[in-house]
Design a protein around this ligand. Structure first.
Ligand SMILES: Cc1cc2nc3c(=O)[nH]c(=O)nc-3n(C[C@H](O)[C@H](O)[C@H](O)COP(=O)(O)OP(=O)(O)OC[C@H]3O[C@@H](n4cnc5c(N)ncnc54)[C@H](O)[C@@H]3O)c2cc1C
Ligand code: SF4
Length: 626
């Protein structure tokens, strides 16, 4: 039966926006269903200082718990009461989500680094898990295409572990970043401007960044990548895209031939259930929401012939690092440092080849460093003293703030990190929610420990001193904090660890803070630095899926699953699952490298081309002249 739409795209984030653009430009009639509200940059994004807000950015009392953001972005952050999720008792994970037109890229950090072969082929080197089904050479043309279209500012380095792209000019470094760059040179570390999907000159009709520093609250001029500014306008221009916001998709419906036939969605405000059909269904609701939809669509999970749907969940390890001040900058004049949100990146230099192989952990991480004046001196709350002397001290250090942090460490994919449908809890529309089971491995913790030690080297090389962060940051930092050079910092570091009931247990267990669930981050379970031992994973055959990876049958089946164009084997015809790496890797919850699985783009392009040529063929055969 003919349907009004050729394709349904569920979700309007980085992946959904790209899918809609590709398909609409190829001539398909596309229906985009977005669970969140429509967002209009002109009216929804504001430049406001904390002092201009009723609650100084903390949000209306009672509401803060409902939103993961601040008073600035009620509009673009999701309501946790409408959209709850649950976690197992040992889980230390905060699901950073967004429900609005444009998804998470409305407030993302814009880092757009490429992955490299040392990551795709890591399993061959260290024996853990499986190599990726693609190599860098397979992906490079797609990286080129995306970066050329969205605009990424950066500097070409020529490092194989940190591949270059067709960059726009980088942003200038500020004083702190210049000092850190010199420190990296002294230490023999490569460093460069962070590569950001943020324009430094006019690009594809979009204006350059005017360095207002408002990015995480939404860019009203479209100088950073997000679907509202970049992919949806050309898709809408074709006349082939219809967007329905406030439409919460509840499941994918299959036909008798086991092909995706359409979806059922609930109108967010009226609670009305609606069925829509199309020839193709594209799931682009984010990695975890896609999984939830597949689990909701069929008993045991749709497209789950491998039985691994929801397992091997990964995210990036966050945490580690140090915050402090750079004495050379102390007492200097005020500068608009936080208008430019770049910083420097120190690409991974460990476990990238035989020479850099480490004995104590496998895989690696990237570090970032930045500094300078910010809107609010976060460290002030932890600084002892009072009165005008205290204010002078804050003002003097305020301009010299600096930090080095772990920008992304590769988590190991483990079966014990998984999601399932919660048997009891439902969301506002009566749809079962996800239950997340997630802990960090010792290898993840060792990444943070090593990064912390390296940051401790990097900071003195830059002439920096260490001060406590005043209750923010990772637990790793607190447990392993080394007394700083600034008087009082050691005492305060102790206080940070001991006086945050519910946030940190000095005996070594992270406790979920039930009062502020939205504040929890996917940070490390930090057992205690002394307890950590080198992991002896190298060259071992590590169990995958409860069996040994050397089991040829299992290994082959697993590789076949990863190589299968549908990502998950049979039962997925007509259904394309987009997500951060989801078609490629076992499972990645919140990618930090790439908003869109690149093989998905290849699939979309193939789909678009096949569609156009079938249209050409059918129009030739129906044309009177042929
Ligand atoms: C604060 C922050 C900083 C980040 N920084 C970086 C960075 O620097 N670099 C980087 O590479 N990545 C970063 N990320 C991650 C990156 O933003 C995501 O990986 C990427 O945006 C994912 O795109 P997506 O389209 O898969 O999902 P999303 O952007 O989450 O979009 C999914 C969309 O689907 C909608 N949806 C969900 N469920 C349903 C449903 N049932 N029915 C209909 N619609 C639904 C949602 O409302 C949403 O609009 C960051 C993320 C956050 C939150
Ligand atoms: S700093 Fe630049 S990219 Fe960020 S919101 Fe301002 S203009 Fe947009």
């Amino acid at each position: 039966m003919p349907t009004a739409h050729d394709a349904i795209v569920v979700g309007s984030g980085a992946c959904g926006g790209w899918a809609a653009m590709e398909l609409a430009q190829a001539g398909l009639k596309v229906l985009m269903l977005e669970a969140g509200a429509r967002v209009d940059p002109a009216t929804d994004f504001h430049h406001t200082f904390l002092y201009q807000m009723d609650y100084r950015g903390r949000g209306r009392p009672g509401l803060l718990r409902r939103y993961s953001g601040s008073e600035r972005n009620y509009r673009i952050m999701l309501d946790n009461l409408e959209n709850p999720y649950t976690t197992s008792p040992e889980t230390t994970y905060s699901w950073g989500r967004s429900r609005c037109l444009g998804g998470r890229t409305l407030h993302w950090a814009r880092a757009t680094d490429r992955m490299a072969d040392y990551e795709f082929k890591a399993a061959s080197r260290d024996g853990y898990g499986l190599d990726w089904a693609v190599s860098y050479a397979d992906l490079a043309p797609y990286y080129d295409r995306i970066e050329s279209f969205i605009g990424v500012s950066g500097e070409r380095l020529g490092l194989p572990q940190f591949p270059d792209g067709p960059f726009l000019p980088p942003m200038a470094l500020n004083c702190a970043e210049t000092i850190f760059t010199a420190a990296c040179q002294r230490l023999g570390w490569s460093s460069t401007h962070r590569r950001l999907a943020q324009l430094t000159r006019v690009h594809n009709g979009r204006p350059p960044c005017h360095y207002c520093g408002n990015c995480v609250n939404g860019c009203e001029v479209g100088a950073m990548f997000n679907p509202i500014a970049v992919t949806l306008p050309p898709a809408l221009k074709t006349g082939n895209l219809e967007i329905r916001t406030d439409s919460v998709v509840a499941r994918v419906r299959m036909n008798r031939e086991n092909r995706a036939q359409g979806v059922t969605y609930v109108e967010r405000h009226t609670m009305k259930s609606v069925d829509v059909d199309a020839r193709y269904v594209i799931l682009a609701a984010s990695t975890l929401e896609n999984t939830r939809l597949l689990l909701l669509s069929e008993k045991g999970g749709l497209a789950n012939s491998s039985g691994t749907l929801g397992q091997y969940m990964m995210d990036q390890v966050s945490g580690g690092g140090v915050s402090g001040t750079l004495p050379r900058l102390e007492g200097g004049p005020s500068r608009l440092d936080d208008g430019k949100s770049a910083g420097i990146t120190i690409p991974n230099f460990q476990n990238i080849d035989k020479k850099s192989e480490r004995k104590d952990f496998i895989r690696g991480y990237v570090m970032n460093a930045t500094g300078g004046q910010t809107e609010y001196p976060q460290f002030a709350a932890a600084l002892p003293g009072y009165g005008s002397a205290w204010k002078r001290e804050i003002k003097s250090r305020y301009v010299a703030q600096a930090r080095v942090w772990i920008a992304g460490a590769e988590m190991l994919a483990r079966k014990e990190n998984f999601v399932e449908l919660d048997p009891e809890v439902k969301d506002h529309w009566g749809i079962p929610v996800l239950k997340i089971h997630f802990t960090h491995s010792e290898n993840d913790s060792l990444h943070a420990l090593r990064e912390r030690l390296q940051a401790d080297r990097g900071f003195p090389a830059a002439g920096g001193g260490v001060v406590p962060e005043g209750g923010r940051g990772s637990h790793a930092q607190r447990a392993a904090r080394r007394p700083g050079r600034i008087p009082g910092s050691a005492r305060l570091a102790g206080r940070t660890a001991g006086e945050s009931p519910g946030r940190f247990d000095p005996r070594g267990r992270h406790r979920a803070d039930e009062r502020q669930p939205e504040r929890r981050r996917s940070q490390l379970v930090w057992p205690d630095a002394r307890h950590l031992k080198p992991v002896r994973l190298r060259r071992q055959r590590v169990p995958v899926d409860g069996r040994q990876a050397s089991d040829p049958d299992h290994d082959g089946a697993e590789r076949a699953r990863l190589r299968s164009p549908a990502g998950d084997g049979e039962g997925a015809k007509g259904l394309i699952k987009l997500g951060a790496f989801s078609p490629l890797s076992p499972f990645t919850a919140g990618c930090h490298r790439l908003p869109l699985g690149l093989t998905s783009i290849r699939k979309l392009r193939m789909l678009g081309r096949a569609w156009s040529s079938s249209r050409r063929r059918s129009s030739r055969s129906s044309s009177p002249s042929t």
